[in-house]
Ligand binder design. Structure first.
Ligand code: ADP
Length: 667
């Protein structure tokens, strides 16, 4: 076995690989970009090497920087994780040339599966069923249209070099074919530098079912059963599970055999996944599944397989790469219970799943939850940047059966507390409780059909609004004991006194909520929907309890100077406190420094050092999360310490320029 390995990746998968290596007594080397200096994977590894600047092309996608780190640390093998360089055959070759072991399949196996058309041809030769379609070299538009008509609409145009759903177009009628072909080719050319396409029969109610395979260097191969990844949004997996609902031993054996045949046909070694598409309209059948592609790496969703088989797939990868035989034979492998995984992302479902960024001010996972596994690459206080995939964690639940696994997943998703960037937590929790999904009646179109209900933002309930108003008025943190004068902080609420709480919702709505003291420790909060009487208010830091109109209510609270997030029974609401924001804005230091509010790229600098500016003048433009933000002067002054350059990447909170006081500028 290896003594030291390098993990050429970041985030949760780097942490995941490190965990197994540690258990096996293997030393680990992390690599990181400047943006990840304080990242969890760096802290967990025995050694860490900086490989470049934040853009992935300058670090995690830079083979020579990674190979230099391999040499410098004496790592004997390289685990590529998933994404980045994991399916890059040239990188696999370069690792070998550098004298280290690539923990993955041989380069020729990666190449064989790299192009969808070549892979499908290979599978046809090996006798593996494929989706009917056209795989030819004649890429003439008129010819492709003829082939599409022969296959019969609807058809799916796919980029042969495709991945991640790019260069893919569904065409329902012949008249739309030419335009769709043009779009697919354009996208394929710009994403992959290869505009060739293939055409497939489009299955109207498809299920995505994949088989985990493993092969060792002696040519033995097994499968570790299936995963169902049919819950997708725009061809991207959202929730995965194992085993697949409705699967029978006979169909499983047929699919498993086909997948092992596929692996053997290309001389596969290590962990791989053979993806099949099945027609869900008439239920699963032993001849109703077709090869789609093979992923020549460890998959994001491998934990569900680990949880139902009790095997550690990273350990299998390490053993196989070190030349050992497969840790188990086919007949030794069995399925225990059911597992389901949800991908928790910093993204805003209510805004079309726009990726979110920012600091994870507050991050709490469920404690002591049975059957629960959280794979994460972040800790509280870390920042999700726009440089990389905004995944926060994979939440994986195991149960004795599917219902228990789904209950545990829903419970976990309703208990997780995150304050900071927007997340898809609520969306996932709703999905875990979706009736059709619970009945196992799913296909890849399920999320799309119910998207509005699944992705909608919660309107804050009256209980959350009332508590947010009490927080904004400073009352939650006042001792509410018998002595109304015990408090020295803030303003005192004697009976009859009133205050106005200012709240702004994340949707941008501004609310003014009168809060009036009624008696000792009793308050009336006048919400738009009517008054709420609050009493018996207690807090022990994070937990706040109160009686609201006689109903005992407990929330969890995370708060900063000018924001508060409250969590209540799976719901959550974040409010900006505009008063305190204004207080900040009037504070001299806060306005003198112009900082990047988000990580992003400077697209315009309108001023130069020494320029005099007036309050409200546009200083520079930042592009963050695909939107432009104009940063304006919070006060008049003279521009100094201008560090922002057009085209530069900036991190959240970075000071871009400073406004010096200058009386005469105040015109
Ligand atoms: P990519 O490599 O771009 O991810 P895949 O070939 O793996 O593309 O397909 C991605 C997803 O697209 C599948 O999981 C499935 O939901 C859908 N899909 C692919 N082929 C078909 C098809 N022939 N009919 C219907 N849906 C399909």
């Amino acid at each position: 076995m290896f003594r030291k390995i390098l993990i050429a990746n970041r985030g949760e998968i780097a942490c995941r690989v490190i965990a197994t290596a540690k258990r096996l007594g293997i030393a680990t080397v992390a690599v990181y970009s400047d943006a990840d200096r304080a990242a969890r994977h760096v802290a967990l590894a025995d050694e860490a090497v900086c490989i470049g600047t934040p853009p992935a092309t300058e670090s995690y996608l830079n083979p020579s920087a990674i190979l230099a780190a391999v040499k410098a640390t004496g790592a004997e093998a390289v685990h590529p994780g998933y994404g980045f360089l994991s399916e890059n055959p040239d990188f696999a070759e370069a690792v070998a040339q550098a004298g280290a072991v690539f923990i993955g399949p041989p380069p020729q196996a990666i190449r064989a599966m790299g192009l969808k058309d070549a892979a499908k041809r290979l599978m046809i030769e090996a006798g593996v069923p494929v989706v009917p379609g056209y795989l030819g070299d004649d890429q003439d538009a008129a010819h492709l249209a003829e082939e599409a008509a022969k296959i019969g609409f609807p058809v799916l145009i796919k980029a042969v070099a495709g991945g991640g759903g790019k260069g893919m177009r569904r065409v329902d009628e012949a008249k739309d074919f030419a335009a769709a072909l043009e779009g697919a080719k354009r996208e394929a050319a710009s994403s992959f530098g290869d505009d060739r396409v293939l055409i497939e029969k489009y299955l109207t109610q498809p299920r995505h079912i994949e088989i985990q395979v493993f092969a060792d260097q002696s040519g033995s191969a097994v499968h570790l059963f299936e995963r169902d990844c049919s819950l997708q949004r725009r061809h991207q997996k959202v929730i995965e599970e194992a085993p697949a609902p409705g699967m029978t031993p006979a169909i499983r054996a047929a699919m498993g055999t086909a997948a092992v045949t596929a692996a053997k046909a290309i001389g596969y070694v290590g962990a791989g996944t053979v993806e099949f598409i099945a027609d869900a309209s008439g239920g699963l059948s032993a001849n109703g599944f077709f090869f789609m592609e093979m992923n020549t790496r460890l998959q994001v969703e491998h934990p569900v397989t680990e949880m139902i088989t009790g095997q550690d797939l990273v350990e299998w990868q390490l053993r196989v790469a070190a030349g050992e035989p497969l840790p188990a034979a086919q007949e030794d492998l069995a399925i225990f219970g059911h597992a389901v995984e949800a991908r928790l992302y910093a993204e805003d479902p209510a805004k079309g799943f726009l990726p979110a960024a920012g600091t994870l001010h507050h991050l709490r996972w469920p404690v002591d939850a049975p059957g629960l596994r959280i794979d994460t690459g972040v800790s509280e206080g870390d920042t999700i940047t726009s440089f990389y995939d905004p995944m926060i964690a994979k939440v994986i639940a195991h149960g004795k059966d599917r219902a228990q696994a789904l209950n545990r997943l829903a419970e976990a998703l309703n208990t997780i507390e995150i304050a900071g960037p927007a997340t898809n937590r609520r969306f996932l929790a709703r999905l875990a409780g979706h009736d059709g999904f619970r009945r196992g009646e799913m296909d890849t179109g399920l999320i799309g059909r119910d998207l509005d209900a699944l992705a909608a933002a919660d309107a804050p309930t009256d209980a959350l609004l009332a508590l947010a108003a009490l927080h904004a008025a400073g009352i939650l943190d006042e001792p509410q004991g018998d002595d109304p004068w015990a408090s020295l902080r803030g303003w005192r609420m004697w009976p009859g006194a009133a205050a106005m709480a200012h709240l702004e919702t994340t949707a941008g709505a501004r609310l003014e909520v009168p809060v009036a003291a009624q008696g000792r420790g009793q308050f009336r909060v006048t919400l738009p929907g009517g008054p709420v009487e609050a009493q018996a208010i207690h807090h022990d830091g994070r937990r706040v309890t109160a009686d609201l109109d006689g109903a005992p209510t407990t929330v969890s609270r995370a708060a900063g100077r000018d924001w508060v997030t409250l969590f209540l029974g799976g719901a959550e609401a974040t409010f900006i406190l505009p008063d305190r924001l204004a207080m900040d804005a009037e504070g001299a230091d806060a306005v003198a420094q112009v900082k990047a509010p988000l990580p992003g790229r400077v697209t315009a600098v309108n001023v130069a050092d020494g320029d005099r500016v007036t309050k409200g003048q546009a200083l520079l433009v930042l592009e963050a999360m695909k939107m432009e933000h104009t940063l304006t002067a919070g006060k008049p002054g003279r521009v100094t310490a201008l560090s922002a350059r057009t085209g530069a990447q900036v991190t959240e909170g970075q000071v871009l320029l400073v406004l010096d006081d200058e009386e005469e500028a105040e015109t």
